[in-house]
Design a binder for this molecule. Structure first.
Ligand SMILES: [Zn+2]
Ligand SMILES: [Zn+2]
Length: 337
C-alpha cells in the first residue's frame, strides 16, 4: 500500500480486500489511523470507514486494546453522521468488548442500538455479529422477535394488501431479520412458530428463484477463492447466508450444487471466480454490491469472460478450489458431507 501519500476511497476498498492476507496487517491498521491523523485521506468523509477498517484488522489479530482505540475513534468520527454508520461502529465496539471479556459494557453498548434492527441492514448485521460473538443467542432471539413484530406491523400499516411479503426481495430487511431469527431458534432448540414458517417459505422461494436463474444462465456459480472469501465476509457479514459461514462450507455448497447440476444432465460446468474488488467495481456502475440482483448480474458478467474454472477436474489433478490438494482429497468428498 502507498505510504505517506493520499489515500482515496478506492485505496481503502482495496486495503479492505487485501489487508487480512497481508504480511503485516497491524502495520496497515496503524498506517490507516496515521492517514486519518495526518489528513491524508482524499475524502475526509472516509475517516470513520478507515478507522473501522483499522479496528477490524486489529481485532482479527486479537490486538484488542488497539482495536478498541481505533473503533472508539470511529464512533467519535461518526457521531455527527447518520445513525446507520455510528450504529455499526458501536456494534463493532461491543463485539470487541465481548472478545475482551468486558461483557457488561458490551451489552450496555448494544441495548440502545435495538431500534436500528428494523431500519439499517448494515447496522443490523453488525449487531447480530456482536451478539453471536458474545454467545447471546437468547438475547438475539428476543430482540429479533421484537424487530420482526415491528417490521411486520409497519408493513401492514403501509400496504393496502396482505402484510405477508410474497418474496425475499419484497421482504427486504424483514427477510434478513426472519432468517437470522430462524437460524438462531434452530440453534437454541426452539420449535417452529409462524414466523419460522414464513422464513422457510421465503427461503424456499428464493432457492427456487435461484435455481431457475441458474438454469437460464448455464453458469451462475460464483466462487470466492479463500482470501476473497475472508474479506467478503468481513465486508458484508450478511453474505455468509448466501455463500456459507466458512470457506469450507462455501466449497461444500458449490461442490454439491455442481454434482446436482451434473445429475440433471448439464455438461460444460464451470465455476466463476469472483473478487471483492471486482464486485465493488461492478456495483459501482450498477448498484449495491450485496444486493442479490447485483451479484447475479456480476456472475453473468464473469460467465461471459474467460476466467472460468472447468469442473470437474480429474481425481488426481489439483482441486478446482485452489487449495493445492488433489481433487479426490479436497472438494470431491465435500459433496458427500
Ligand atoms: Zn426451520
Ligand atoms: Zn478443493
Amino acid at each position: 500500500m502507498p505510504t505517506h501519500t493520499a489515500l482515496t476511497s478506492a485505496d481503502l476498498r482495496e486495503i479492505r480486500q487485501s489487508a487480512l492476507g497481508a504480511a503485516d496487517p497491524l502495520g496497515i491498521a496503524a498506517e490507516l489511523a496515521d492517514a486519518v491523523d495526518a489528513g491524508r485521506l482524499t475524502d475526509e468523509n472516509d475517516a470513520g470507514f478507515a478507522l473501522m477498517l483499522a479496528a477490524e484488522i486489529a481485532e482479527s489479530r486479537t490486538k484488542l486494546d488497539a482495536a478498541l482505540r481505533y473503533v472508539e475513534r470511529a464512533v467519535n468520527t461518526y457521531a455527527t453522521r447518520d445513525d446507520s454508520e455510528v450504529g455499526a461502529a458501536r456494534a463493532l465496539r461491543a463485539r470487541i468488548l465481548f472478545r475482551s471479556g468486558r461483557e457488561d459494557e458490551a451489552m450496555a453498548e448494544l441495548e440502545p442500538l435495538r431500534p436500528l434492527l428494523t431500519r439499517y441492514p448494515d447496522a443490523a448485521a453488525y449487531l447480530g455479529a456482536a451478539l453471536a460473538v458474545g454467545g447471546r443467542n437468547q438475547v438475539a432471539e428476543e430482540w429479533l422477535t421484537e424487530a420482526v413484530r415491528v417490521a411486520l406491523a409497519e408493513r401492514a400499516a403501509s400496504t393496502e394488501q396482505s402484510a405477508e411479503p410474497v418474496s425475499a426481495e419484497d421482504a427486504g430487511l424483514l427477510f434478513f431479520l426472519l432468517q437470522q431469527r430462524h437460524r438462531i431458534r434452530h440453534a437454541i432448540g426452539r420449535p417452529h412458530d409462524a414466523h419460522d414458517n414464513l422464513a422457510e417459505r421465503l427461503e424456499s422461494k428464493l432457492a427456487r428463484a435461484g435455481a431457475s436463474a441458474a438454469a437460464e444462465s448455464a453458469d451462475d456459480l460464483l466462487f470466492w477463492p479463500h482470501a476473497e472469501f475472508d474479506s467478503m465476509v468481513v465486508q458484508w457479514p450478511a453474505l455468509s447466508q448466501s455463500y456459507g459461514g466458512t470457506w469450507d462450507q462455501h466449497r461444500a455448497r458449490l461442490e454439491r450444487e455442481l454434482v446436482r447440476l451434473a445429475g440433471t444432465g448439464r455438461t460444460g460446468l464451470t465455476l466463476l471466480p469472483g473478487s471483492v474488488a471486482g464486485l465493488i467495481g461492478y456495483a459501482g456502475r450498477d448498484g449495491e454490491p450485496a444486493d442479490p440482483k447485483t451479484r447475479a448480474s456480476y456472475a453473468r458478467q464473469l460467465a461471459a469472460g474467460s476466467r472460468q474454472i472447468n469442473w470437474p477436474p480429474e481425481r488426481n489433478e489439483p482441486c478446482w478450489c485452489g487449495s493445492g490438494s488433489k481433487y479426490k482429497k479436497c472438494c470431491l468428498p465435500r459433496s458427500r458431507g
